[in-house]
Design a binder for this molecule. Structure first.
Ligand code: SF4
Length: 205
């Protein structure tokens, strides 16, 4: 199945309301993802938050601004589906927990959609992997056991995955919540981000 047909199916998905594993989604589904038959870069994140649920557009928040800065691209490229695919582990906003934090991505999404989505995009050459759920799905044996250890091993994982055909670069979430981590780990901006920018630029030309 091509990406256009698959995207249409996903847009009409009501699995988490009509046949949820446990509790149903507490609102109407609004899947937010960008599939592409030509993009060589995929942003593989977690799930939309409240702002993205409202806008229907991925990364329309300060995290998105920081991520674009990390990648060295502007909105024109970031939102060009012929060049960048955006596939979070849950396509719909999962709702909030009792403390007001985002719930984890819906498991239904991964089990029903993700293998089909990535089979439909064999042209991908770089996955930008953000967060525990995306690491778990995309890295397989390359996972280092914890999110932080995996991000710290970004260079080795990039080499290992590239040798298998689709390179993966693991990032911390670009949220302001990680500002303290970024301050404590200056190697990330010094060593990892220049490589990320180079990898992205090479695949956009
Ligand atoms: S989260 Fe995924 S599986 Fe659940 S309704 Fe949305 S698109 Fe469907």
């Amino acid at each position: 199945m091509g990406t256009e047909e698959l995207a249409r199916e996903i847009a009409g998905c009501r699995l988490c309301v009509e046949a949820p594993f446990r509790r149903p989604l507490p609102h109407e589904p609004r899947p937010v993802c960008v599939l592409s038959s030509s993009a060589r870069i995929a942003i593989c994140g977690q799930a939309p938050g409240t702002r993205v649920h409202a806008s229907g557009r991925p990364f329309t928040d300060p995290s998105g601004e920081r991520l674009r800065d990390w990648m060295g691209i502007g909105e024109d490229v970031f939102y060009d589906p012929s060049r960048v695919a955006i596939v979070p582990m849950g396509f719909c906003f999962p709702g909030l927990d009792a403390k007001g934090g985002d719930l984890p991505p819906r498991r239904e999404c991964r089990l029903h959609w993700h293998d089909r989505v990535f089979r439909a995009m064999p042209q991908l050459r770089l996955k930008i992997v953000i967060g525990a759920y995306a690491q778990d799905y995309h890295l397989g044996a390359h996972h280092r056991g914890s999110v932080r250890e995996t991000v710290a091993a970004w260079r080795e994982i990039l080499d290992e995955t590239r040798a298998e055909g689709v390179a993966a670069i693991c990032l911390p979430h670009p949220s302001w919540r990680n500002n303290a981590w970024l301050r404590k780990n200056p190697w990330f901006e010094r060593d990892c981000l220049p490589v990320l920018k180079r990898e992205v630029a090479a695949l956009l030309t």
